[in-house]
Design a protein around this ligand. Structure first.
Ligand code: AMP
Length: 387
């Protein structure tokens, strides 16, 4: 159905598919600007639900519940992109879903995503499909060794991924993932990893926060710093790729593109996420407009805000591991005046679970990184073990 291009104004309700921390920070931005937020996911008392006007707990396959949710809002966006296509279609029959189902379809499957990128001339590492054990030797011949095997769908934070150095290891990794469709990728010897978080408005306007440098630990994002320590040429090359990609996808909303900068100076796209991203959390404190406010503006058809940084910044994730020895020492982190903490309202601090993050502002990204890491160290609990 064709929807009006008139902006959706404050007072309207915006629907969010998914209910994690990304939805929570979106809801906080939306409520600040006078919008109502309805969230839909299979769980209740969720990070998003806790700060929303309405929380619906139902399966993404329950299309009647999805229709009821869509009828109650003026637009739908999401914070969790792995929702079934039928769910998006059911919602789109009533209200605009931004970004649209086509963007979701492309980015839900790594093979589809990389094929789309390669077909449209965007640089990626060499890759090949692995749909059966018989595909493995041809795939590895293409990628070379070592290679990375990843499940084509539903993988995140390094889950369903293995670095393999031989055909035997690849066969084991394929079997370990239950024989589901996988992608083999050439291993990238990278200098650094970075992301470009961007927004594209209803009128095709484009905004971005430059290159944000990312450091992962056990495949989970650990530290992001902005601006990334790379040449201006590499940064503007990445931003131009981001602009072209957003346009090609006809995106309305926020998109994060994760990149590798190789040791030879080449830029390769690793992965797309059609929503705000963990690496963009620092924009809440460091930029005039956060990625979440920008998502709201794009989804509502409002002009995009300024993405100017007020200072260099660093963000460190707080995983559940930090709680292993007791409650973190919040007053100690607050004692650093340039550090802000953000917690997601999750009750159970499981190891590896993203519970919150810290952001530090400083005169340089290095200084911001030092400060945020110091603050995280100060959080280490001194109390009695909780487990
Ligand atoms: P992904 O889930 O694709 O974002 O991968 C998680 C992390 O694994 C990346 O941020 C990289 O640190 C690493 N990684 C993924 N793919 C590759 C690759 N082809 N070569 C080298 N490292 C990779």
């Amino acid at each position: 159905m064709t929807h009006s291009v008139n902006p959706i104004l404050p007072g309207a309700a915006i629907g969010v598919l998914g209910s994690g921390q990304l939805g929570r920070m979106f809801a906080i931005a939306a409520r600040q600007m006078g919008y109502r937020v309805h969230t839909f996911s299979p769980e209740s008392d969720t990070p998003t639900g806790q700060v929303s006007d309405v929380e619906i707990a139902a399966s993404y396959d329950d299309l009647d519940a999805v229709r009821g949710f869509a009828r109650g809002v003026q637009a739908v966006t999401f914070e969790f992109e792995n929702v079934p296509a039928a769910c998006v279609e059911a919602a789109a029959a009533y209200v605009p879903v931004r970004p649209g189902g086509a963007v979701l379809h492309t980015t839900q499957n790594r093979l589809r995503e990389k094929t789309f990128l390669a077909n449209n001339g965007f640089p990626t590492t060499v890759f090949a499909p692995v749909r059966s054990k018989a595909d493995l030797s041809a795939a590895l011949a293409q990628t070379g060794l070592p290679a990375i095997l990843k499940t084509a769908s539903s993988g995140y934070d390094g889950k369903g991924q293995a670095k393999v150095a031989s055909l035997e290891e690849a066969a084991k990794a394929f079997a370990d993932c239950g024989g589901q469709e996988m992608i083999a990728e050439g291993f990238v010897d990278f200098e650094l990893e970075f992301s470009v978080v961007l927004a594209r408005g209803l009128d095709g306007s484009f905004a971005h926060w430059g290159a944000i440098q990312n450091r992962h630990k056990h495949h989970i994002l650990d530290l992001s710093t902005a601006p990334a320590q790379m040449s201006e040429t590499a940064t503007s090359q990445a931003v131009e790729l981001a602009r072209a990609l957003a346009q090609k996808l006809e995106l309305i909303g926020v998109l994060c593109i994760e990149f590798f900068l190789t040791r030879k100076g080449a830029i390769l796209v690793n992965e797309l996420a059609p929503r705000p991203h963990n690496s963009g959390h620092l924009t809440i404190n460091a930029s005039r407009t956060s990625q979440f406010e920008q998502q709201l503006r794009a989804v509502c058809g409002l002009p995009l805000g300024s993405t100017e940084f007020v200072a260099a910044a660093a963000m460190a994730n707080l995983l559940g591991d930090l709680w292993q020895a007791g409650e973190p020492n919040w007053p100690a982190a607050c004692a650093l005046p340039d550090v802000k903490f953000h917690l997601y309202g999750k009750i159970e601090p499981r190891p590896g679970r993203k519970m919150g993050h810290l952001t530090a502002l400083a005169a340089s990204p290095e200084l911001a990184a030092q400060t945020v890491l110091l603050a995280r160290q100060k959080l280490q609990p001194r109390g009695q073990p909780r487990f």
